[in-house]
Design a protein around this ligand. Structure first.
Ligand code: MG
Length: 296
């Protein structure tokens, strides 16, 4: 292990392969952090297994509202990280949580794909496309978005002056392997804002702390015992900085080491996810040997 172990205050203590201090709850972004597309990233399975072995609580966050938590749990489990659906919080989970807390009786017009619409119906919310009855327009990542949706949102927000506008997530685009991507919920939010001049009043996705609060609901743990690990400075890391929780950045997704600024001086820089296991577990080679079935 590196010599910095005994000198955590050195300038290099937050970079390279230095173990990270101990926390109670470990929250992970998914794409770019634990996997890329359909490939698990190095150390992901062994790190999650090691954290669980030590009795740590692990949670998984995604801004993507086009899949259910069950689908994410299935994918992670298939890739070699066994996960239960209630350990995954995405913007479907967060939208439901926020609406139950703040607008349990609201009539909703979700511009959204089937998983979010189904979840809202299952939770007992009324969905309507009658602009005179809509209380909340939900702008989401909807690959079936058409002009009719925009007209209904426009009528509810601008003509009837009765609805508010919220969004599932603030992402401009969803990145794909190979450098491509798809327009995401920010584009649909912007279309509605442009024609109505009504500003979106709440966002459910990172960097909004709402997704964090939804993920930690029911866990009686202070934020300073939680660590957020992710690959995006503007979402994963910003949410942590805004809420005062600790953060760790990986360089397997969007961020390059040179992107970090003075604002990120307290962020742990991970050359490897295994740094999250600290210095308390068996040496990596022993640990990999013990858990090899989980890592394949
Ligand atoms: Mg990511």
């Amino acid at each position: 292990m590196p010599s910095e172990l005994g000198n955590p205050s050195s300038s290099s203590a937050r970079s390279g392969d230095v173990p990270v201090p101990d926390y109670d709850v470990y929250i992970f972004d998914l794409d770019g952090t634990l996997y890329l597309g359909d490939e698990l990233l190095p150390g992901a399975a062994s790190t999650i297994a090691g954290l669980r072995q030590r009795g740590k609580v692990v949670r998984f966050l995604s801004n993507n509202p086009t899949k259910t938590p069950e689908q994410y749990a299935d994918k992670l489990t298939r890739l070699g990280i066994p996960v239960a659906p209630d350990e995954v919080t995405n913007t479907i989970t967060t939208t439901l949580w926020w609406l139950r807390q703040n607008h349990p009786q609201a009539a909703l017009f979700p511009i959204a794909e089937k998983p979010l619409c189904d979840a809202l119906l299952t939770a007992g919310f009324v969905l309507t496309d009658d602009p005179a009855a809509i209380d909340i327009v939900i702008a989401s990542y909807d690959r079936n978005f058409v002009y009719r949706d925009l007209q209904i949102a426009f009528d509810a927000l601008w003509y009837h002056h009765r609805a508010i506008l919220i969004q599932t997530n603030p992402d401009r685009y969803c990145p794909f392997p190979g450098g491509r991507g798809e327009p995401d919920a920010a584009a649909i939010t912007a279309a509605i804002e442009a024609c109505t001049q009504v500003k979106c009043s709440a966002s459910m996705g990172k960097p909004s702390p709402l997704i964090l609060h939804a993920a930690l609901a029911g866990l009686d743990v202070p934020l300073d015992r939680c660590l957020m690990t992710g690959d995006r400075l503007g979402t994963d890391i910003q949410m942590a900085l805004d809420t005062g929780m600790a953060a760790a950045v990986v360089f397997t997704g969007e961020t390059r080491p040179g992107d970090l600024t003075e604002a990120h001086s307290g962020v742990h820089r991970l050359g490897s996810l295994e740094q999250l296991l600290g210095g308390h577990l068996p040496r990596l080679s022993t640990f990999e040997a013990v858990t090899s079935p989980m890592t394949r």
